[in-house]
Write a protein that binds this ligand. Structure first.
Ligand SMILES: *Cc1c(COP(=O)(O)O)cnc(C)c1O
Length: 471
């Protein structure tokens, strides 16, 4: 499998190069040159596989034997050995029609662990095999940072620097990042919001000289490997639901996805292009609803930033949107580039009606406001004794609002409620913390506060990266 840029200016690269490139060197995003299509017979053969073996099968289509199968298998098994559930991503039936895909059984209690544990293994593999220094740089709205740090802390040949918006992540999210004492971890707490952090990261990655000189590597969902890893649980969920409901085999299954950067839901789109029977992809947002407006009106235009109960979705400019745009435009890189250019110039993208109809045939969208998010948490806690975290609650509420009654939906439960106790307390619910989370409160904290300018960030980065080189 080769990978190419959504903007068409990168000659095709293999899996490892795509993994290391992160953002494409022409400013676009990498996508597979052709999406492999899995036949329905093959799909049925996969039904009995464990999560790990399913991932191995799916990756075999994307790797082209760049990593020997036994080594890949070892990495995959190591990645999920830290998970607290033997199914890795179990499915829980919430109501007659709503199934929750629980993605929070990893070390940092959010779905980011699924891709980032594997990416940690892959970075380690590359560092060893190619003797290449790895300097991971990323921005986080809370969960990616914690998860990426867990994936590579203490690993030889790897540094990781994460920018998070100061005071705009939950207490537990912040502690998960800042209580890590390993020397290869730098937390920059930035004055500003997530979009500010992400913009600075993108500028650094877009500066090809800086990126190459400092061996920058990306863990954000601009990295295609993260998307590929996340396709696996869409397949896995389909098998588990249709195990229980054999009459639904082969019938398109709806998925509802709490969305920020459009990474997770794009993985669902990719799974559907690969032949998984997917019905509607329900795009759930909070008050930061640029993507909801895009699906409803065909206009992609950021507006004011809102701080909400679901901070990991407090994003206006969704990186992965460009990947989807590229497919809506029938893989026309020239048009994708011209849309993205006009976005940079005018601050918005407008698509014509015929494209909007295509988007609406694939996606539904609903923005869940704060009160509705809390009401959803309360409702399922009272009626089903199931405590949803605020992100997962947005997914469930959006599914209820957009889908016809009686149709089965898998709603992605993207985080454990203990990560967002601020919101759970507002529902007057007292939850018990898992011991791994309670323990965080007693640990010493390490972080560096910076103002929201690129110069300040670079001033912290250079000595941190230099440290590794002089060793
Ligand atoms: C990151 C995150 C999301 C949003 O996922 P995207 O891939 O950015 O769309 C939703 N919920 C939680 C808990 C998250 O951490």
């Amino acid at each position: 499998m080769q990978y190419q840029s959504t903007r068409g200016q990168v000659s095709e690269v293999g899996f490892i190069d795509a993994f290391l490139m992160g953002l494409a060197t022409d400013g676009g995003l990498l996508v597979p040159s052709t999406i492999p299509v899995i036949s329905s017979d093959k799909l049925e053969e996969w039904r009995t596989l464990s999560f790990q073996d399913l991932m191995l099968e799916i990756f075999s289509y994307y790797l082209n034997e760049e990593i020997p199968n036994d080594e890949l298998k070892e990495m995959i098994y190591a990645s999920y050995s830290t998970f607290r559930h033997e199914d890795v991503t179990p499915v829980h039936q919430l109501t007659d029609d709503i199934y929750l895909l629980e993605l929070f059984h990893g070390p940092t209690f959010a779905f980011k662990d699924i891709a980032l544990q594997l990416m940690g293994q892959l970075y380690s593999y590359v560092a060893k095999k190619y003797k290449r220094p790895i300097n991971i740089l990323g921005a986080t709205s809370g969960d990616t940072g914690a998860s990426a740090i867990q994936g590579v802390r203490g690993k030889e040949g790897i540094n990781i620097c994460i920018l998070h918006p100061n005071g705009k992540v939950s207490k537990v999210q912040e502690l998960q990042m800042t209580t890590v004492q390993d020397e290869n971890v730098l937390n920059l707490s930035v004055e500003g919001n997530f979009d500010d952090c992400q913009r600075m990261i993108k500028e650094l990655f877009a500066d090809v000289n800086f990126k190459n000189e400092h061996h920058l590597c990306a863990i954000n969902s601009i990295n295609i490997v993260r998307i590929l890893a996340q396709t696996v649980y869409y397949f896995y969920a389909y098998f588990r639901v249709t195990d229980q409901r054999p009459e639904l085999k082969g019938v398109p299954l709806h998925f509802s996805v709490p969305t920020g950067n459009f990474g997770d839901i794009f993985a669902g789109y990719l799974a559907s292009r690969m032949g998984l029977p997917v019905g509607k992809l329900v795009l759930a947002t909070n008050e930061n609803n640029i993507l909801e407006r895009f699906v409803k009106e065909g206009i992609y235009k950021p507006d004011g930033f809102h701080t909400t109960y679901s901070p990991s979705m407090d994003i206006q400019v969704a990186s992965n949107f460009e990947r989807y745009l590229y497919y809506v435009l029938d893989e026309d890189a020239e048009q994708t580039e011209s849309y993205m250019k006009s976005f940079q110039e005018s601050g918005e993208i407008r698509i014509p009606q015929e494209l909007l109809s295509k988007v609406q045939s694939e996606f539904a969208a609903y923005g869940v406001i704060g009160a509705e998010c809390l009401a959803t948490i309360q409702k399922y806690n009272d009626e089903k004794a199931y405590l949803l975290d605020p992100h997962s609650a947005c997914g469930v509420a959006a599914a209820e609002r957009t889908l016809p009654a009686g149709e089965v939906v898998v709603s992605l439960a993207t985080a454990h409620p203990a990560k967002f106790n601020e919101s759970i307390e507002l529902c007057e619910i007292k939850q018990e913390f898992p011991p791994q989370i309670s323990a965080l409160y007693d640990m010493p904290v390490r972080k560096t506060e910076v103002e929201g300018t690129l110069d300040q960030v670079v001033a912290e980065l250079i000595p941190f990266y230099h440290r590794l080189q002089v060793k």
